[in-house]
Each structure stands twice: as C-alpha cells, then as structure tokens.
Design a protein around this ligand. Structure first.
Ligand SMILES: [Zn+2]
Length: 226
C-alpha cells in the first residue's frame, strides 16, 4: 500500500444564516445563555470542528448513496463489495469498525475551520458583537396553540451570525490505485452540506452555508451539482 500524494482542498465557508454548534455543555452559567456555542480556548473565537464537518459530510453522503443501515445506523464495511466498489463511505471515512478491512486508512482529513481575522467583513462583525466575539443571541419561544400565550420561559441560544467567513482546510490522501471518484464524492459531500446545512436546528433555518474560493490541489474548482 503506497501513499502517492496528499491533495489539499481549500476554500471558505460563508455563513448565510446564524449557525449553532453547541459546546456540549448543558450547564447554564449565571447570566449566561442556555445553549453556548463551541469556541477555541486560545482566542475565544467560534470555529467549526473538523469532526462536525466530517460527520455531517458522512451522514449526508450515506443518505445520498443509500448506504444508511436499517434502523438508521451508520454504514458498516461490507467486505469485498465495499472494497471492490471503492465504497466512498469506507474509503473516505475509514472502516474503523472492521480493523481487518484491507483498504487502508480513511482518505479524508478534515481540519477545524477557523475564522480568518484578516478579512474586513469578519472584523466588522466582531466589532458589532455585543457580547462575546462573533456571537449573537437568538431567543426561542414556545407558543401555546390554543391560548397563543408564551408557554415556557425565553430560551436564549448563542449563534455565530450570518456573514462570518471560516477557512476550509481538507486533505485527501491518494493511495496507489485510488480512483478519481473519491475526490468527486468528497466534493459531493461538501455540495450536500451547502444544500442542507451544518450545526444544530437546520430545519429551523440555522446553519445555511456557501462554499467559495474552492481550490483542489491549488487550482480553482467547482462543487458538483447535487
Ligand atoms: Zn462501505
């Protein structure tokens, strides 16, 4: 098994609507929001964890390719059929559940997407943030269907506001014999996220993104139609 190349895939992720990727803490700080977003410890700026982006790509590709298991479980390595068909899920994301799978490591490396602070548009949003940098608070309410009264107390959710631009930084490992289709499926995964969204509450309009300035191996590239 010979690694031929590592192909860089870069670009930008622009938020078209507010995005919420939770910090995974249910504890509410006094005077704080109920639902904080994840931030980098080093500068407190929000980011899109590579694991979130990769997980979203995998989930959407599994659905798109009809590879979700019965009961909604993630796709698992199917032996020769996945190997011989260069199953995009197993080759891109790995067949970790089956350590005997003779297809080598997952080809996809997805790094954390951070905010490019040299962009003037980001700088402006940072200055406009009233609380923590690059943050807005969205208040969610629940209305009683009969009385039309607000049922519960107001719930404040933190979001990264529309307009913020993150750097996209992905690599694709190309092993000897790997078909070009793996790159195509990886880009399809990004195209699906662009159509669907990232983070929480997508069905309520959160997390719509646009991918711009896409480059594959340093050359301008376009996402496939999905
Ligand atoms: Zn597979």
């Amino acid at each position: 098994m010979k690694l031929e190349r590592i192909v860089p895939v870069t670009g930008r992720i622009e938020l078209l609507t507010g995005m919420h990727i939770g910090a995974g803490t249910e504890t509410t700080q006094i005077g704080g929001v109920d639902n904080p977003i994840i931030r980098l410890p080093k500068d407190g700026n929000p980011y899109i964890p590579g694991s979130s982006l990769k997980g979203r790509m995998r989930a959407l590709l599994e659905l798109y390719l009809g590879k979700v298991e019965g009961g909604g479980d993630p796709h698992v390595y199917k032996g020769d059929s996945c190997k011989n068909e260069y199953c995009p899920i197993c080759y891109l994301f790995g067949a970790a559940a089956d350590t005997q799978a003779p297809i080598g490591p997952g080809r996809l490396i997805v790094r954390d997407c951070v905010i490019d602070e040299s962009l003037e548009s980001n700088e402006r949003i940072k200055l406009e943030s009233t609380g923590l940098p690059y943050t807005e608070e969205k208040t969610e309410i629940s209305i009683n269907r009969i009385t039309s009264k607000v049922e519960k107390g107001l719930r404040k959710t933190e979001r990264v506001p529309a307009g913020v631009i993150f750097d996209l930084d992905i690599s694709l490992r190309k092993f000897e014999g790997d078909p070009d289709s793996l790159l195509k499926w990886m880009l399809t995964g990004l195209a699906l996220i662009q159509k669907d969204g990232i983070g929480g509450s997508i069905s309520r309009g959160y997390g719509k993104i646009r991918i711009t300035e896409l480059k594959v191996d340093g050359k301008e590239a376009a996402l496939p139609e999905v």
